[in-house]
Design a protein around this ligand. Structure first.
Ligand code: PLP
Length: 361
């Protein structure tokens, strides 16, 4: 089976074996040593010296942790949305009482740093900016370096959803001065769902000291207190830690730059297939097309549900449909984590076979 959705992604056999290990005491030496090995390896992948926490939750929990740990009810926030996940970040901030101004773009577009600059100038009271690095619902990657520069030049906090990019697409957290960055285990990390990883900068900690949004499970102060003892405040998803320890070794052995280059090559193959079949990317400017997920506009005569079912049942390839308002209008090919060019060749061969069988009746 080729599982080619943008998370959960396939895991190597060695990692599946590791996650099947017998349980250990999460307050014991072995767990402490494992977390002690994992955190510096995560710092390498985040390209940061900032504190990193491993939270037992999915990516959305990581996003929620970023919001509640740095903001207070009533804080003015700029939420940038280029798709479903940008909307989600905004919804979370609103749910906890932030006063959110939104900067929305049509699906397939990316955010324009000049618009961000203008929005910050127009509302000087804005404290933080919420932004998605890679918008999984539309297959586009925001120009995060330029957006971050505008935000940091204005002295604001930047919270980044990097759930479907970090480890697969270059994201130098320290170089770009990103305050809170969130990702999760089931995307580019070759491990099962269950863990989110977050980094927090010095400016992020300063904001945290003032932040009054209600929080308990996700409190970074509690998380930080347990690090020196090699623990987490609550029972962690130990099995996923076992896999992660090994996955990080595999990733660092391959080398970050090599991983980014592999994702770029595989994504290039996916886009070449789309164009060669006369199809269109949802991403308007190919310069911003994602290297982890390709979203394709369904032709008018295509039944996306039938296409995806045919791929799965007849050709053992699982891809995703469109999310929210894009349901039935888009199909998405995930290509992150454990994937080679050969895998993508198999996927496109299957797409070719399923295409003629996916016409609307
Ligand atoms: C997958 C994803 C999330 C988080 O989803 P969960 O199901 O909560 O793990 C958040 N943002 C982006 C961009 C994603 O791709």
């Amino acid at each position: 089976m080729q599982l080619r959705i943008p998370g959960p992604t396939p895991c190597p056999d060695e990692i599946l074996k590791a996650v099947g290990r017998q349980m250990i005491n999460h307050r014991g030496k072995e767990f402490g040593e494992m977390q002690g090995r994992i955190l510096p390896k995560l710092q390498q992948c985040f390209q940061t010296n900032n504190d990193i926490f491993i939270l037992t939750t999915s990516g959305t929990g990581g996003m929620e942790s970023a919001v509640v740990n740095t903001l207070s009810p009533g804080d003015k926030v700029l939420g940038i949305s280029i798709g479903i996940f940008g909307d989600r970040f905004i919804e979370i901030a609103k749910a906890y009482g932030a006063d959110v101004t939104t900067l929305n773009y049509e699906w397939g577009q990316v955010a324009n740093p000049d618009d961000v600059k203008k929005a910050l100038n127009d509302s000087p009271g804005i404290k933080a900016v919420l932004v998605t690095h890679n918008e999984t619902s539309t297959g586009t990657t925001n120009p995060l370096r330029d957006i971050a520069k505008v935000v940091k030049d204005a002295g604001k906090l930047i919270l980044v959803d990097a759930v479907s990019s970090l480890s697969s697409i270059n994201l130098p957290v320290d170089e770009w001065d990103l305050d809170v960055v969130v990702t999760s285990s089931q995307k580019g990390w070759m491990v099962p769902p269950g863990l989110a990883f977050v980094s927090i900068s010095e400016q992020g900690w300063k904001a945290h000291a003032q932040a009054k949004m209600p929080r308990y499970y996700f409190d970074y102060t509690k998380a930080r207190k347990f690090i020196p003892d090699g623990q987490t405040p609550w029972t962690p998803a130990i099995s996923v830690y076992f896999g992660l320890d090994l996955a990080l070794d595999m990733m660092l052995k391959e080398g970050l730059q090599n991983i980014f280059a592999r994702h770029a090559r595989v994504a290039g193959k996916a886009r070449a297939w789309v164009k060669s079949r006369g199809l269109q990317l949802l991403c308007v400017d190919e310069k911003y097309a994602s290297n982890t997920v390709t979203a394709v506009k369904a032709p008018a005569d295509m039944d996306v549900a039938k296409f995806n079912a045919t791929l799965r049942d007849e050709y053992k390839v699982v891809i995703a449909g469109g999310q929210g308002g894009m349901k039935g209008k888009v199909f998405r090919i995930g290509h992150l984590g454990l994937i080679t060019e050969k895998d993508m060749d198999e996927v496109t061969a299957a797409l070719d076979k399923a295409l003629p069988k996916a016409k609307k009746i």
